[in-house]
Ligand binder design. Structure first.
Ligand code: SAH
Ligand code: SF4
Ligand code: F3S
Length: 465
């Protein structure tokens, strides 16, 4: 499928469908609603790029839209429930506004169970496609406008075709770049290997060309995306590692910051750890999801490292780069988690001292191995969740307060959510910071003095230069 000619053929085909819609359809106001992770956010950027080519403009309210696309996430039950709620509302809307088209894509559509449920309960859905064939959207829309009741297309495994699409990036100064697709890890609680297919890496040259182009059009910060970036390149014949890739990107003119998501603790190499010291553009920030602190639970999760392995890696990272900010994903209430296991999680988070964290209550995912294990009662899960936050947040606050008085470089991203006389951005360590500023600051890297901090963000003052 990576054959160039085939991709060219497909692209010609896509262009024909795009032209068809551009020329023949008049009602073109679209809204794309995105759930889930950065993978989905970036997929939505490809979707809006296609829509723009077809002549769509974008609106913020479903009531104003002619086409609504829900890009869905399956990772937890709550994420799926949100989508079902939105589909219910769209069903009501469609009974009043008959012409509105509803499309559903993303991870939920890769799962047969949720796909069937959507088809059965929401006959108002016109189009369904998956995570591996976004490029099919113009064709599916054409079929739907041609009168087809449900246009549906799913592809099990990642192909190399979506890469040839552009992306309508939310910000031009910071960009997501896919470096690999899929996941082979099969952590016992996780749905992602079933929704995103098998792991494949994009060729280094293709990635580097994309980033060079982005740099030329103003991108200062790239975030390399993959479910498990440390196993980048495993499908290549030569030994070109993830650290090698970052090294190449580090040389690209115009790129000032490099980030990546997500690395698996079992695969993080010494080579990558040393990159945090040796490569000046690689940010001082590492998201290294631990999931749990008990080696017994980690084994049941199929994570392939112990509490001690993880702590050893963290020690090494801190020794190589004492300024690094650490982040994690942690889950409570995994099946069979005892009080003692949970205390191991609390012990680990105290030892690591994370700067930031994403915390979850285990959610049963049908047909994953953990779904069949003995479940922890809801009440216990919730109580542990609260206790975990009580330990995490004061540590985060302490780490943020240590920044008070320091001068930091901030990539300014947007106006602040609460007050539009303020702007907000990220420090090198990925800390959110707000300070007085204006439109001209957005997209620039500015020097800011930190004045205050809490568990979640910093407040600063611009240093006039
Ligand atoms: N590839 C990434 C994770 C993607 S999913 C990685 O390995 O780090 C993001 C996070 O969702 C996971 O790290 C995990 O903490 C959480 N998660 C995944 N499945 C879950 C489930 N069934 N219930 C609760 N949280 C879950
Ligand atoms: Fe899920 Fe594990 Fe793959 Fe991450 S590494 S996506 S948690 S299976
Ligand atoms: Fe991401 Fe959710 Fe899919 S976390 S990979 S959008 S299941």
């Amino acid at each position: 499928m990576e054959n160039k000619e085939l991709i060219n053929d497909i692209n010609n085909n896509i262009n024909e469908y795009i032209r068809n819609i551009k020329e023949n359809i008049d009602t073109k106001k679209a809204l794309v609603i995105t759930h889930g992770c950065q993978m989905n956010e970036h997929d939505s950027e490809k979707i809006t790029w296609l829509l723009e080519k077809m002549g769509y403009i974008f609106v913020n309210e479903v009531e104003d839209a002619d086409l609504v696309i829900l890009n869905t996430c399956s990772v937890r039950h709550s994420a799926e429930d949100k989508v079902y709620g939105q589909l219910g509302n769209l069903k009501n809307l469609k009974s009043k506004k008959k012409d509105i088209k509803v499309a559903v894509c993303g991870c939920m559509m890769q799962r047969e169970e949720s796909r069937n449920y959507v088809m059965e309960k929401f006959p108002n859905v016109d189009i369904i496609f998956g995570t591996n064939n976004i490029w099919k959207l113009p064709e599916l829309l054409s079929l739907s406008y041609g009168g087809k009741k449900l246009s549906i297309d799913i592809e099990e495994n990642p192909l190399n075709i979506d890469n040839s699409l552009g992306a309508n990036r939310l910000y031009n100064f910071k960009s997501y770049v896919n470096i690999m697709y899929g996941c082979n890890n099969f952590c016992s609680y996780c749905i992602v290997p079933y929704t995103r297919g098998r792991e494949t890496s994009r060729k280094p040259l293709e990635i580097i060309r994309e980033i060079e182009e982005l740099a030329k059009s103003g991108t200062k910060e790239v975030t390399l995306l993959g479910q498990n970036v440390n196993s980048y390149g495993k499908n290549f014949d030569d030994r070109f590692s993830f650290a090698n890739l970052i090294e190449e990107i580090n040389d690209i003119k115009g790129i000032e910051r490099i980030r990546f998501m997500t690395s698996h603790p079992k695969d993080i190499s010494d080579e990558l750890i040393y990159s945090f010291k040796n490569l000046n553009k690689l940010c001082n920030f590492l998201h290294l999801p631990v999931q749990a602190g008990s080696s017994r639970v980690l084994k049941m999760m199929n994570r392939k490292y112990t509490k001690e392995d993880y702590l050893r890696k963290i020690d090494k990272i801190k020794n190589v780069n004492p300024n690094i900010a650490l982040s994690t994903d942690i889950m409570v209430g995994f099946p069979g988690e005892s009080e003692e296991d949970f205390l191991d999680t609390l012990d680990l988070v105290k030892k690591v001292e994370y700067d930031t964290s994403f915390t979850f209550i285990y959610s049963i995912r049908e047909n994953t191995p953990a779904a069949k294990m003995e479940q922890v009662p809801d009440k216990v899960k919730h109580e542990r969740f609260e206790r975990l936050l009580e330990v995490l947040y004061p540590i985060q606050e302490k780490k943020n307060k240590a920044f008070i008085g320091r001068d930091v470089d901030v990539l300014v991203e947007d106006f602040s959510k609460k007050d539009d006389t303020y702007v907000s951005g990220r420090t090198d360590e990925f800390k959110l910071i707000n300070f007085k500023g204006n439109k001209e600051d957005i997209g620039k890297i500015l020097k800011v003095r930190v004045k205050d901090a809490n568990s979640f963000s910093l407040v600063g003052e611009k240093i006039e230069s």
